[in-house]
Design a binder for this molecule. Structure first.
Ligand SMILES: [Zn+2]
Length: 233
């Protein structure tokens, strides 16, 4: 009887440890089971990529105005269903020389999802990105950074690169001053910076965008799109 209890507790312990390990892997920025995953690029050159997730929405135009004024290029990881509703904003992004990346069609966690779901989420969004006029290679950023088996397997099979991030200020604070300070302190050559400035309650992030650009320019950084950054590998 005593032995059975020990076996039972051991089995539970093993399940908990494996579950915890898989959870950590599912949100890792630097490891996945299939294909390459990029959270920054190793380079001596002071080039960096500024990325914006979850658009396009009305506030995307404000950010595009800032980028135009500051004369820099960025990458927008768009949600397919939002792009469908705001295709003209997607076209503006492309017309102004920025990059469009795929951030899924409905922005759900890609854990334990069937391949048919993964396929339609990615292909529907890729098609809309093409309709918006973007002609370059399309990379993918998983919603909430979550991926485990099916998604990396699918992306690898279709030669789509998984792009994560190494500087994400809104994970650690809420004010524009903090976003600027954190970004300046943590950005290095080859960094991929992520901001979420489009939601109604994201005014602090919108406020931070021009300040971050000015401060990083002053430090000698050049802004490039994700594809340009990847070409420096
Ligand atoms: Zn997102």
């Amino acid at each position: 009887m005593k032995k059975i209890i020990i076996y039972f507790l051991s089995a539970i312990l093993i399940l908990v440890v494996c579950g915890y390990g898989l959870l950590q892997i599912s949100k890792s920025r630097t490891f996945q089971f299939f294909g390459s995953i990029v959270n920054r690029v190793d380079t001596e050159e002071k080039v960096i990529a500024l990325t914006f997730d979850d658009g396009p929405e009305t506030h995307t135009n404000e950010i595009l105005d800032v980028l135009q004024e500051k004369q820099i290029k960025a990458t927008f990881y768009v949600i397919g269903e939002r792009l469908q509703e705001n295709l003209e904003i997607g076209q503006r992004i492309t017309d102004e020389g920025h990059e469009l990346g795929n951030h899924s069609y409905t922005h759900q966690r890609f854990l334990f999802k069937p391949l048919s779901f993964i396929d339609s989420e990615i292909q529907n969004t890729n098609q809309l990105i093409r309709e918006a006029g973007y002609e370059g290679a399309i990379t993918f950023r998983p919603p909430y950074g979550k991926k485990l088996l099916g998604l990396p397997w699918y992306l690898n099979k279709h030669n789509i690169e998984t792009i994560m991030v190494d500087v994400e200020p809104d994970t650690y604070g809420t004010t524009s001053d903090f976003f600027v300070e954190y970004t300046i302190a943590n950005t290095k050559a080859g960094s991929i910076i992520l901001l979420h400035p489009f939601c109604e309650t994201c005014s602090e992030q919108r406020k931070a965008v021009p300040l971050i650009i000015d401060a990083l320019k002053e430090k000698g950084y050049t802004f490039v799109t994700v594809s340009e950054l990847l070409s420096r590998r």
